[in-house]
Write a protein of this length. Structure first.
Length: 277
């Protein structure tokens, strides 16, 4: 009986060892297969599949619907150009801004194209960003014939129309400009045109959008934030897919080199926003 029990125990041990080895080999095989093929998204890109991109669709001129109902905008058209370079099909998933990154987290989208900048430690730890396709920073907007704007330090004592709660109001205070309170950019521009303020500060993309819509405004950009204070926006995806980021960077570099980004910038903003100025 004891011998039979020992034999049974030995057989069971051998069987367990064999199963364990088989499971280990299967796991290794699967791991090697994933490593060789790359991530699921990379495999779709390499096979000319579909990538899903989250965007608002209500944020002109970056992502919106034109008069015909077609989804367009700078971010949208850049993404379509990237997809063409990669040889894939892009499908846009429209969602509200507040749900944009949540949709990325839940993998409803592969990436997001919606003027997203990774500027906080939390976002930098969670997401990756491909090479920027647009750059933004503070600019000074003033009458074309006003030549007092040789430097940022020269803003001291001048009147600026700013929202008190905005970052630009804080920036104006840093340079000791006199704040003329307003509710938003539209009112700020009107005060400058009426000579009730000398200038206003805002994001260069918002200002360029205004100047493109109102080319006869007799206003122009006088000062641009230094490169160190500009932020770049690009396609954003969950962290860890370095091979996909490399593919996106390669496509973006090609679009920069062949003039596509500059052409789209001119179309939507009247200036090249794809490079730092």
């Amino acid at each position: 009986m004891k011998r039979r029990a020992l034999l049974t125990l030995a057989a069971s041990t051998l069987l367990l060892a064999a199963c364990s080895q088989s499971a280990t080999e299967d796991t290794a095989t699967n791991a090697n297969s994933t490593t060789e093929g790359g991530s699921e998204m990379l495999q779709r890109i390499n096979s000319g599949g579909v990538i899903n991109v989250g965007t608002e669709g209500t944020y002109p001129p970056f992502t919106y619907h034109d008069v015909s109902g077609k989804l367009t905008g700078y971010d949208v058209e850049v993404t379509r150009a990237v997809a063409d370079k990669l040889g894939v099909t892009v499908e846009f998933k429209e969602t509200q801004w507040d749900a944009m990154l949540a949709g990325l987290d839940s993998k409803r989208f592969d990436m997001v194209a919606n003027q997203v900048s990774l500027t906080t430690p939390e976002r930098l730890a969670k997401y990756d960003k491909a090479l920027p396709y647009s750059w933004s920073g503070a600019v000074v907007l003033a009458p074309t014939d006003d030549n007092r704007y040789g430097s940022w330090e020269g803003l001291k004592g001048l009147r600026t129309a700013q929202s008190l709660s905005s970052n630009y109001g804080e920036l104006a205070e840093r340079y000791q400009a006199e704040i003329v309170p307003v509710d938003g950019m539209a009112q700020a521009v009107q005060l400058v045109k009426q000579d009730r303020a000398d200038f206003t500060m805002n994001d260069n993309l918002a200002v360029l959008d205004y100047l493109k819509k109102f080319p006869d405004s007799a206003l122009e950009i006088k000062l641009v934030a230094p490169k160190s204070e500009q932020t770049g926006s690009g396609l954003v995806l969950l962290k860890g897919d370095k091979e996909v980021v490399a593919k996106l960077d390669e496509a973006m570099t090609a679009l920069q080199a062949d003039g596509t980004l500059a052409k789209l910038s001119q179309e939507f903003f009247g200036a090249d926003i794809s490079k730092q100025n």
